[in-house]
Design a protein around this ligand. Structure first.
Ligand code: SAH
Length: 353
């Protein structure tokens, strides 16, 4: 697929051609990463955040958010569950929280590794070199940092810099890879100001940087955030007829195209997709290119406070229920739950090169 073909496919609405796209993505997934669906247990470690991302419901500027930071005991309880459920990986995600110190997180990573041996993914926002190196040395395997958009002007408007530092997430990802992390990134589909060409460039960029994991979910408006106010309106007016909608179909097209251009990458069927389409979002993602699911292991008392967008799928469920539902869905599609860490075949190919 050439970069020029991506926007045409994103705009495709002929059912027969779309069926071709779904089949090509599913076959590519089957051939390159197989039929296993890897489960990564999500632990939402803290909703404290120093950034003011215009889309996010737990941003520093978001009103009326009750803030929490898990204790190490809470985190270890979730990691134990991941082991008990047979997952291969835990993902620790949080707002960009300076209260998560380098030292405390390194100690948490070591403890998880010692007692579970699971692969560990971090999604803790933009951190300094020293912390990243300490966390990798402590046993963290992967880092997720979505670059959110390749349109630099849009990025600056939805992801304001902190005083004293310009944010460049692609550069950060490449540094993380040098440090020794597998790197994951992604974008939201339909963020105000995102045009068809921008989304096509995003997909092309995944391929260009050879990303190991790529998360693509629909943008879900979060009340009280700048994107739900005048900023969002202004960006949509600027994008005009080129504005990408934030619906399940467009998200699935972006996901399928990503599988075609990055055949060996790990791609989750995201919670945001399951939130927009509770009856079939997760299954549609899995049958149109995805090979990973991130069941939420966060204790319910914290889960309800980690609302990056409202109505998140599984908000009031326990980890037992979320996991049982996801297993049943995987089996009903004739797929099986992956064993082991579920590292992308990209990694072994890259080390052979
Ligand atoms: N603080 C970390 C984790 C953020 S949450 C970081 O910045 O990397 C993980 C992802 O959720 C974000 O990167 C963003 O792409 C997505 N997200 C945030 N707000 C969202 C919204 N309103 N709708 C859909 N996805 C959202």
């Amino acid at each position: 697929m050439t970069p020029e073909e991506i926007p045409t496919w994103l705009l495709e609405d002929d059912p027969i051609r779309l069926e071709m796209l779904w089949r090509a993505a599913d076959l590519t997934r089957h051939l390159y990463v197989g039929d296993e669906v890897h489960l990564r247990g999500l632990i939402e470690v803290s909703n404290v955040c120093q950034r003011s991302c215009a889309y996010c419901g737990i941003a520093a500027c978001a009103p009326k958010v009750e803030r929490y930071r898990m204790t190490q005991e809470d985190i270890l309880e979730c990691a134990d569950k991941a082991l008990e459920y047979g997952f291969g990986t835990v993902v620790m995600q949080a707002g960009e929280d300076p209260g998560i110190t380098g030292e405390w997180m390194a100690d948490t990573i070591k403890k998880i590794k010692d007692r579970t041996g699971l692969a560990i993914t971090l999604s803790l926002g933009e951190r300094n070199e020293e912390d990243l190196q300490a966390w990798q040395a402590a046993g963290a395997d992967r880092y997720l940092l979505r670059f959110e958009t390749t349109d630099e002007d849009l990025y600056r408007r939805i992801h304001p810099n902190l005083p004293g530092g310009a944010s460049n997430r692609i550069q950060q990802l490449l540094r993380m890879r040098d440090i020794g992390f597998e790197i994951g990134t992604g974008v939201m589909v339909g963020i105000p100001g995102q045009t068809w060409q921008t989304l096509a460039n995003d997909i092309y960029t995944f391929q260009n940087y050879d990303m190991d994991m790529i998360g693509i979910g629909p943008y879900i408006p979060s009340p009280g955030t700048p994107l739900e106010g005048p900023l969002g309106e202004m960006l949509m007016v600027e994008a005009g007829t080129q504005q990408v909608p934030s619906d399940p179909l467009t998200t699935l097209k972006a996901l399928a195209l990503t599988r075609l251009v990055c055949p060996e990458t790990n791609i989750p069927s995201t919670t945001a997709l399951a939130t927009l389409d509770p009856s079939s979002g997760r299954a549609n993602g899995l049958s149109r290119g995805a090979n990973v699911i991130m069941p939420n292991l966060t204790q319910p008392k914290y889960r309800v406070l980690y609302q990056i967008y409202p109505g998140k799928a599984g908000l009031h469920e326990t980890a037992d229920i979320t996991t049982a539902k996801i297993r049943a869905q995987i089996e009903s599609l004739g797929r099986r739950v992956g064993q082991g860490p579920g590292t992308s075949p990209r990694i072994s190919h890259r080390s052979e090169a």
